[in-house]
Design a protein around this ligand. Structure first.
Ligand SMILES: Cc1ncc(COP(=O)(O)O)c(C=O)c1O
Length: 390
């Protein structure tokens, strides 16, 4: 798949994609499994995880299982000696089932069912996240077995997904919440935040790190000593526009976190999209062709309720190409790609640039590993795309 070495990470061209696809016999996979299909390359998951570790040696990455929880992806991270961010009993069980030690996992959902907290703690997970006082009562009886990170609200309206809209305590309430935990005999080990997903630049992340570092200092001044800072996810991938490569983020992040590391604060992260997205390719078949409003419409067998659920939930715009190499030389036209359900909203894009397609042709979309199969459903009785591991 596309290599990531330059400081800007560009959208793969049709030619790039065809070169990458030469390594897999896509027609044979389609013949065997039909469409829609998601082609998962676990080696790419491992590579992305390694890239991150190399690029940010002072930040321990806990892979956010929510992005792509396929066993092959999780095993790839495990085989790298990796760490995991889980947010539900099922995610915790998936990772444990692969033999990952509980001390390689953190449980980051800020609002949990008491039974889920108890089960995760029984399974040996030690680090949990909270962002409100009521959550603390769910740890009663587990005081000796758990440590908590306080999730902070750092709004990022300019991120594609502002992950502080729903979760995170106002930083001004941090001391009060730490004291509330201490009154219950619970240890708060650190702070966490998410800078927003698919960041367009490193600035919001730097601003959040700086603020959290200042807060750690302020808390230390009143006798509260924290030793973990979790800087969340947010690293982007190039769906339809170039994005800064991780190397462009790294020096700035390292500069911010190094003084913290030197003071004995462990900095960790929760990358999801960056690790998972490049590892999966979506393949859909054209089921119907028509013209509406002067434009070609292609009805696919995958859509917003399937693998392209990321368009809805993440507001991303995957680049979609015709698969057939011969089609590349033909003129392209602005085209509509519609999903297979009866819902009129099930339109993936109204601006794909595609050659004239026929029923039975295939389209392919790179960077479809994160928040795709995990957020797909079976609306209209249409099965989710099969995931094929290559
Ligand atoms: C708590 C938490 N951690 C990590 C992630 C992964 O973020 P990203 O995919 O932007 O790396 C998410 C995404 O929703 C999240 O909610």
């Amino acid at each position: 798949m596309t290599s990531v070495t330059e400081s800007t990470w560009t959208v793969p061209t049709a030619t790039d994609l065809r070169r990458d696809l030469a390594a897999i016999d896509l027609p044979a996979l389609v013949e065997r499994h039909g469409t829609p299909l998601l082609v998962l390359d676990p080696a790419r998951v491992a590579e992305q995880y390694r890239v991150l570790r190399r690029a940010l040696p002072d930040v321990r990455p806990y892979y956010a299982v929510k992005a792509l929880s396929h066993e092959a992806a999780l095993s790839a991270v495990r085989d790298e000696g990796g760490f995991f961010d889980v947010a539900s009993p099922r995610e915790a069980a998936l990772v444990a089932g692969l033999g990952v030690a509980p001390d390689h996992c953190i449980y980051t959902h800020p609002v949990k069912k008491p039974a889920d907290v108890a089960a995760a703690a029984r399974a040996g997970i030690r680090t949990f996240v909270f962002d409100n006082e009521g959550e603390l009562d769910k740890f009663r009886g587990l005081e000796e077995r758990v440590e908590l990170m306080l999730r902070l609200e750092y709004r990022t309206p300019q991120a594609l997904i502002d992950l502080s809209y729903k979760y995170g305590a106002p930083p001004a309430e941090a001391l009060e919440l730490v004291r509330a935990a201490q009154r219950r005999g619970l240890r708060v080990c650190g702070l966490s935040f998410h800078p927003g997903s698919q960041l367009a630049s490193v600035e919001p992340l730097l601003r959040d790190i700086q603020h959290a570092a200042m807060l750690i200092d302020c808390l230390a001044d009143v006798g509260v000593h924290l030793d973990v800072l979790d800087i969340g996810g947010g690293l982007p991938v190039p769906y339809d526009a170039a994005v800064p490569h991780v190397n462009s983020f790294v020096s700035a992040i390292e500069e911010e976190v190094r003084p913290l590391t030197e003071r004995g604060i462990q900095v960790i992260s929760e990358p999801g999209r960056f690790v998972a997205a490049p590892a999966m390719l979506a393949v859909a078949g054209v089921v119907g062709v028509t013209r509406r409003g002067g434009m070609p419409w292609y009805y696919l067998d995958d859509g917003l309720y399937g693998s392209f659920s990321n368009v809805l939930s993440d507001h991303v715009h995957p680049t979609i190409y015709a698969y057939d190499a011969g089609l590349e030389e033909r003129p392209t036209f602005p085209s509509v790609l519609a999903g297979p359900t009866c819902d009129s909203n099930d339109v993936i894009t109204t601006s794909a640039m595609l050659p004239a397609l026929d029923v039975g042709d295939l389209v392919v979309a790179p960077f479809m590993g994160a928040y795709t199969s995990v957020t797909a459903c079976e609306f209209n009785g249409l099965p989710k795309a099969a995931v094929v591991v290559v």
